[in-house]
Ligand binder design. Structure first.
Ligand SMILES: CC(=O)N[C@H](C=O)[C@@H](O)[C@H](O)[C@H](O)COP(=O)(O)O
Length: 224
């Protein structure tokens, strides 16, 4: 499963929440189009979306659930029950937030739940320390997913290639993810030691990509 992703592109098919594309059948169509375009794997949020995509491909799927909790800023797969639901819906790899922030369930508990379900744990990290802790807890892959999103400020413009290199130095496969908006940035990630690159917004968030162009010519959309 991990070998299938070596040096390849993973497309995250996560529509803007509540947007026009936010329907399982559309997520499934985006996933099929991404595979047809050369993606080796997919990253899919939500149980209904995951079931719709699983029904049409055997390609590796990274599954996650996002929750907006009142007492924690952690959003990605915060509960062991989410892990069980994702495994049941057919995720091959299960992504969990691996940042060291206040959270309802410990990172180690979530990784253990992934392993108990017979799946591979992807630790979504913000720092090299997150990666080292997740590796010690049994994660199979380390992602740079959370870099730039944990301090409440505006994230930087570009991706965090330094973190990719740091995560790769643990010896586990490092997944470059977060703000890869151009093909040359994805290629740089592989050169920096990434095992695979996840691209989301630039491929599957039509509102975002449209907004980049609309802003450039002086307009504004209704979605962020
Ligand atoms: C921080 C967070 O919650 N990231 C999420 C993780 O699944 C998604 O919203 C991102 O779209 C994904 O990481 C891909 O990144 P980008 O869309 O920048 O290519």
């Amino acid at each position: 499963m991990i070998e299938q992703l070596r040096g390849r592109l993973v497309v995250s098919c996560q529509p803007v929440t509540g947007g026009a594309m936010d329907r399982p059948e559309i997520v499934a169509a985006m996933a099929k189009a991404a595979l047809d375009g050369g993606a080796a794997g997919l990253r899919i949020e939500g149980i209904a979306n995951l079931r719709a995509v699983r029904a049409l491909t055997d390609a590796p799927i990274i599954g996650l659930v996002k929750r907006d909790l009142v007492d924690s800023a952690v959003r990605i797969t915060p509960f062991a029950q989410d892990v069980a639901d994702l495994a049941d819906a057919g995720a091959d790899i299960i992504a969990v937030d691996a940042t060291r922030r206040d959270r309802p369930e410990a990172v180690a508990t979530l990784i253990e739940a992934v392993r108990a379900a017979g799946r591979l744990a992807m630790a979504d990290c913000a720092t090299p320390e997150d990666g080292r802790a997740a590796a010690a807890a049994g994660a199979a892959l380390l992602g740079s997913t959370m870099s730039g999103y944990t301090d409440g400020g505006t994230p930087p413009e570009g991706p965090d290639l330094e973190l990719v290199t740091a995560l790769a130095s643990t010896g586990l496969p490092a997944i470059a993810e977060g703000r890869y908006h151009r093909p040359e940035q994805a290629a740089q990630a592989i050169a920096a030691g990434a095992h695979a690159v996840v691209v989301g917004s630039a491929i599957t968030r039509l509102e975002h990509v449209t907004g980049w162009f609309a802003e450039a010519v002086g307009g504004a959309g209704t979605h962020p």
